[in-house]
Design a protein around this ligand. Sequence first.
Ligand code: AVW
Length: 257
Amino acid sequence: IVVVVIAIICGVTAQNNSHSFRNVVMERCEEYLQKNSHVTRNNDCKIIWAAFEQAYIGKDPCDVSPEAYDPLIRSVKQDAVCNSMLFWSKTKQMAHAFTAKRNCLVTLEDTLLGFMSDGLTWCSKNKSKETFTTGCPGWSDCQNNPVRSFWLKASINFAATACGNVSVMLNGSLETPFSNSSIFGSVEVKNLDPNKVKGLTVLLVTKDTDVTTCRHPSFPNLQTSLNPNIPYNCREVPYSRVEGCISDPEIPCRSCL
Ligand code: AVW
């Protein structure tokens, strides 16, 4: 009897896990489409979920390639908004607090694909039909894990579809604000298309006490990775100004950055 009860409890929890992950993704998808009616047309959360799931279900959690998410990327129909795409690196919280109440800049996590998945963990197992949200490999435990492969593919796609003037928010409080090994440095910069992108502007957010400036020796590395046909720019932006703009969404974008 004890074994049966334990088996039932395990079965039910596993099922709850599968269903709750599906529910979170589906609810976020529906919420996004409700709030962004211009995206609603052409998108079907059920179709998107089916494409999401097929990328990792039944696979070893260290054997999910970025390409497994190609059908998911294709299932999401959302055009890039030119001149407003914002990349970030070591500034996640600030970048999202800034874009939360403003339409002038859009991060990957403000798009349907990124919004559905931000902050979530998921994996399955070889030959399993379940989704687990705990006990999954961490970011660097193995290369081809479902979460890392997802963000890699989503970032490639976000960068490759970018158009017009794009910007990246970097952290001026760090000794090294740009890293070649970050997703921004290793994936996004390299996938910008010079036929579509007019320029890349670094927004280096600095506090009064910071010593890092636009003359930091890590920026020539960025320029080396960047296609030579994409003009590069760097601007130091006071942290206090960004903070002010986060707390008052009425301040126009052009006075913020
Ligand atoms: P980040 P990125 N170990 O602030 O440029 C654990 O460095 O990489 O910015 N987690 C990691 C690791 C790692 N080595 N690397 C990345 N992450 C995860 C998508 C972790 O969740 C957007 F479009 C961390 O909070 C941005 O322009 C997050 O990735 C760009 O990629 C960001 O790491 C930001 O990637």
